[in-house]
Design a protein around this ligand. Structure first.
Ligand SMILES: NC(=O)c1ccc[n+]([C@@H]2O[C@H](COP(=O)([O-])OP(=O)(O)OC[C@H]3O[C@@H](n4cnc5c(N)ncnc54)[C@H](OP(=O)(O)O)[C@@H]3O)[C@@H](O)[C@H]2O)c1
Length: 257
């Protein structure tokens, strides 16, 4: 995720001074100075010294130790933005004296089509939020929301790419069962999903109307949709969303926040 943001930053602001750290590998991106903590234990402190914006992209379990390490090396005005799931701004604020923002991007950020939720910590001003928004707008669309809504957002857009892939898997199986080869089944489904979302992108109507337009009365699509509706998919999706939300809340408790 950190790499996706880094690529977005490099593309949008090639002249910006960017430092990146990893644990074992090095970022190896043109125009990015990078160090690993394995070869330089002070790498994270080096990275944040004098920086006005610090993006924390480690796994949730590593955030507190990382913030603890960099706390007194941070510029007092630096904005700290975390992408870690389950780590609250209050927890971050208890470790660093800086303004903090919590975010929840999703993997299409890798291709500049991410959806990111951003929530302000208690010290973050409107200007800080504008800065955080601007970062994630480099890799897609951004929704600012109160922190108590970020798990709900994660349930929809954070996990969302997996739901789309899951639906594609089901349709690929159905295509194989209709006699298509693995390769043709994949192409039929993947290109149909990509085409449908591209069509939606340029349409001035939503998915319900676009669906209606392919569903002729008494036609083949209508029969398929009737089967899906009879399976009470709306309730199943609601139950799936509730399960993901419950797990997000459980994980936050496991992380102790
Ligand atoms: N993937 C998603 O869909 C997604 C969505 C939203 C939010 N997030 C959040 O993004 C964060 C990272 O997830 P990810 O999937 O991108 O994980 P990842 O691929 O494992 O990336 C973590 C990176 O942090 C580096 N790292 C670990 N400890 C470090 C330390 N102490 N100092 C400096 N660098 C360190 C790792 O370096 P090495 O590679 O050398 O180990 C790696 O480059 C998580 O907090 C997750 O909650 C992920």
């Amino acid at each position: 995720m950190g790499g996706a943001i880094l690529d977005g930053l490099r593309a949008a602001a090639p002249a910006a001074s960017v430092r990146a750290t990893t644990r074992t590998s090095t970022a190896n991106r043109p125009g990015v100075e990078s160090r690993s903590t394995e070869s330089d234990p002070g790498a994270n402190r080096w990275a944040v010294e004098g920086a006005s914006l610090v993006i924390v992209g480690v796994k949730p379990g590593g955030v507190i130790a990382l913030l603890d390490d960099i706390a007194d090396a941070l510029d007092p005005d630096a904005l700290v933005v975390s992408v870690a799931a389950g780590i609250t701004t209050a927890t971050m604020e208890s470790v660093v004296p800086n303004p903090v923002v919590r975010s929840m991007p999703n993997t299409p950020a890798l291709v500049g089509k991410g959806v990111t939720g951003v929530s302000a910590g208690s010290r973050a001003t409107a200007a800080h939020m504008a800065r955080a928004r601007a970062v994630f707008e480099l890799v897609g669309w951004v929704l600012e929301l109160p922190e108590d809504r970020i798990n709900a957002l994660s349930t929809i857009s954070g996990s969302g790419p997996a739901y789309v892939f899951h639906a594609m898997e089901q349709w690929t199986t159905a295509a194989r069962e209709l006699g298509f080869s693995d390769e043709h089944a994949r192409h039929l489904v993947e290109k149909t999903f990509a085409g449908a979302t591209a069509l939606l992108d340029v349409s001035d109507v939503g998915p319900a109307e676009l669906r209606r337009r392919v569903t002729s009365p008494n036609g083949t699509t209508e029969r398929a949709i009737a089967v899906l509706d009879d399976a009470h998919l709306a309730e199943i999706y609601r139950a799936a969303a509730e399960a993901a939300l419950a797990r997000a809340e459980e994980m936050a408790r496991e992380l102790g926040h």
